[in-house]
Design a protein around this ligand. Sequence first.
Ligand SMILES: Cc1ncc(COP(=O)(O)O)c(C=O)c1O
Length: 433
Amino acid sequence: MDGFTTRAIRAASRAPRVDQRPTSVPIYQSATFSSADAEELGAVTTGAAEGYVYARLGNPTVDALGAAAAELHGAEAGFAAASGMAAIHLAVGSLVAAGDRIVATRNLYGTTRSLFTRVLARHGVEVVFADPADLVAMEGALAAAPTRLLYLETISNPTIAVADLPALAEIGHRHGAVVVVDNTFASPVLCRPLELGVDLVVESATKYLSGHSDVLAGIVAGSAERIAAVRALHVDTGATLAPFSAFLVLRGIPTLALRMERHAATAARLAAFLETAPGVARVLYPMLASHPDHAVAARLLPSGGGMLAVELAGGAPAAEAFVDALRIPERTASLGSIHTIVVHPPSTTHRQLSAVELGAAGIAPGLLRVSVGLEDADDLLADVAQALRAAGAAAALPPTTGTTSGAATAATPGAAAATTPGAASPSRAPTGG
Ligand SMILES: Cc1ncc(COP(=O)(O)O)c(C=O)c1O
């Protein structure tokens, strides 16, 4: 008879055979999968046969999320990675090499900007930023030199700019670029970029897809060929999603449309309320007629979604007092959650940008980004109203030394800033989502 530990290992490793299909995807919490014989192991390891051997090469729960992402986006294939940034890195990294050039929206999520200007630039990739609302400027940036990749965001962080994806994809393709879109703010409920001509879509599944602020994950969806390249890069780089994390995202997906409906209904009410509230300089919500991209949003999106931005006339002191006075929202990073989350981008998500870069990205000192949660709308509106009164009182005080204060400044529109390989801007701090 085998020894105790040999028997214990065997006893605890026997996965039950289940003939009835479970109605949720099981969590395959295993790093390794055993083959019947050496031949099968060789075939599965080299990809000659379908199956599992080692979780960095594939895991059934994680693959189920990749397949779900493909289905939600109407794609041939999908892939799930350890975070939104991992997904973005895989999508972009599977396409560019040293000497290539990227044209990217200037309204880029701060960490994606860092990936481009600090990481990819060091690897010899040139990045040029342009205003996606200015199609002539975008075309000029693409025409200036051969461009491998056009990188966009459907709805951008934090100014809630809405990109005209069909027009931009057409321009990008005309200049030979592969078009990649970060659809995190929209989710596949509001927008499915592949249906609009885009080649690869990425999302931070940390946000709306999972929806509960309890997991980090990212997805990529596109053609089978492009996703095979993403998968191959992942095998070599290893930002592997944990099976339990994949399960949590899968658990969020069935309620995504219901959650988006509620996020959007409350956000629309809040935006309308803020537009006439005292102390508010500007409200950015795609379904407000005053939004610069309203016509694009009305054409492309079924609703304005759950994200809005509000610029307080009192600048940074008012913004900080507003955040401090709020009773219901969480004072944290991230978005797309059950919780309403209010952030001050200049001091959080976009902290690594210089004052000039902030201005070029349209981020005024008094700008706040609001991810509207699922709380009762009446409670949120009452809370925001009292916080605005607190912000008004704070803005009336003389500024104290050492604050990040300043009156609201106008954005510098249209400016295209270029970075060259190796000319990365220094890091000021890591940022949250
Ligand atoms: C638009 C956008 N893309 C990507 C990311 C990165 O996602 P993750 O934090 O899951 O890496 C974020 C995070 O906030 C985001 O807002």
